[in-house]
Write a protein that binds this ligand. Sequence first.
Ligand code: ASC
Length: 135
Amino acid sequence: LPALAADPNEVAIGARQGYMKMVVFNAKPLFGMAKGKIDYDAELASSLADNLLQLSQMNTVRMWPKGSDGDEYLESNALPEIWADGSDFSNREQTFRDAVAELASAAGDGQSTLRGKVGGLGKSCKACHDDFRAE
Ligand code: ASC
């Protein structure tokens, strides 16, 4: 049987979920170090934050095609508000970029410096999820 053509919205949903996994894979140990759950390691912290910096600088527009929301696709938690007129979504992404840039410049400078900078990243995650991700 011929394979069905992939739905571009489903391809995009898969891509952004993979992207989120990469963000979490790199961010989670930074939160862990900041909270003292794992030992601070300057070299590791720097490389994780640098990975986040590179991820944050990707152009993600193609991951978010209009219509690929959670009302249309069971596998997505993206709220249709992302695509509403006047949506703050792209500003939130810029806030994430700014928070990561601050973190990347300081993550290797000691546990207390790291602790002071991850808050901004956590806030940027939460602000966007609160408004644009289904519970
Ligand atoms: C995480 C994670 C998020 C953020 C957010 C911060 O570890 O997966 O989305 O932190 O919970 O408030």
